[in-house]
Design a protein around this ligand. Structure first.
Ligand SMILES: [Ca+2]
Ligand SMILES: [Ca+2]
Length: 253
C-alpha cells in the first residue's frame, strides 16, 4: 500500500514535468507570423539561406533610423513565449569581424519576464554583442572601436561587458531563468549571473534585436535556432527521486 502511495507521488511529479508548456524552436525556414515588430520594424526580417541552412537575416539601414528618439534606434521583432520558471531562451548568431571591421554593429537576444500586459516588476535579460567605440559610440570612423559580448543587468547599472573575446563565426547564446537568477551562457560556458531579477519571473516574450546607428551604417546579422523552452524543474526531479527512493526502501523490506 505504501509502495503504491510512493508510486502515486512519482506519477504526480512526472505529470507535473510533462504538463509544463514546451515552448518553441524556430529554425527560420520561413518567418513565423508570430514575430511582431518591437520598437521599430527593421529594414529586413527575412529567411535566407546562409552557411548551408535557412537563417533569420536581420537587416538595418542607417538612413531609416527613427526620428522618434533613441529608444526606437533598437529595431527588431518579438515572439510570445509564456513559460513559467524555470525557462531557457537561446539562439545562435553569426559574427563576421572582417566584413564589419569598418561598421558599427550591435545585435542581441532579449527575453522579457513578468506578467503579460503589466510592466510592474518586469525584467529584460539581454545577451548580445557590439562593435563600436564606447567613448564615441556613433562614430564608425573611430580607430578605437572594440568588439564586446555584453549582458544587460539593470540593477547593476546596465550593460555588463563579458570576459570572453569576440571571434568570427557562430556563437551559442543562452539565458536561463530559474526564479532567483538569470544565468548567461556563451558557447555553453557560464559568463554572467544576475541575482537581482525581481518578481515574478515568468517568461513572456523573446526578441531578436539590432541597433540602428544611423548615417550610411547598413548591416545584416544572421540568427538561427532561436528557442524558448521550459527546463526540467529541479524540485520536481527531487520529488521524483525521493519517491523512487521510498519505493525502493519499501521493496527491500
Ligand atoms: Ca535554420
Ligand atoms: Ca538584475
Amino acid at each position: 500500500m505504501k509502495t503504491r502511495t510512493a508510486l502515486f507521488v512519482l506519477a504526480i511529479a512526472s505529470t507535473a514535468t510533462v504538463a509544463r508548456p514546451s515552448g518553441w524552436l524556430d529554425t527560420f525556414d520561413t518567418i513565423d507570423p508570430s514575430w511582431i515588430t518591437d520598437r521599430k520594424e527593421p529594414a529586413g526580417f527575412a529567411s535566407e539561406v546562409f552557411d548551408g541552412d535557412a537563417r533569420l537575416k536581420l537587416s538595418v539601414v542607417g538612413s531609416q533610423q527613427s526620428t522618434s528618439g533613441t529608444f526606437y534606434f533598437t529595431e527588431g521583432r518579438k515572439r510570445a513565449a509564456l513559460i513559467s520558471t524555470p525557462w531557457e531562451v537561446a539562439g545562435q548568431v553569426y559574427i563576421d569581424m572582417d566584413a564589419w571591421s569598418d561598421k558599427l554593429v550591435r545585435s542581441d537576444l532579449w527575453a522579457r519576464t513578468g506578467l503579460v500586459g503589466n510592466e510592474t516588476d518586469v525584467s529584460y535579460p539581454i545577451l548580445g554583442f557590439i562593435h563600436n567605440d564606447p567613448n564615441d559610440p556613433f562614430n564608425a570612423g573611430s580607430t578605437s572601436k572594440t568588439w564586446r559580448f555584453r549582458a544587460w543587468d539593470a540593477e547593476a547599472g546596465g550593460w555588463q561587458t563579458l570576459s570572453p573575446a569576440v571571434t568570427s563565426g557562430w556563437h551559442d547564446l543562452r539565458i536561463l531563468g530559474d526564479g532567483s537568477s538569470f544565468r548567461y551562457y556563451l558557447n555553453n560556458a557560464l559568463v554572467y549571473t544576475d541575482s537581482t531579477v525581481g518578481s515574478p519571473v515568468q517568461l513572456t516574450d523573446v526578441f531578436v534585436q539590432a541597433y540602428n546607428f544611423g548615417g550610411s551604417n547598413d548591416y545584416s546579422v544572421y540568427w538561427d535556432n532561436v528557442r524558448a523552452q521550459a527546463v526540467p524543474e529541479p524540485v520536481t526531479l527531487g520529488l521524483a527521486a525521493a519517491a523512487l527512493g521510498i519505493a525502493a526502501r519499501r521493496r527491500r523490506r
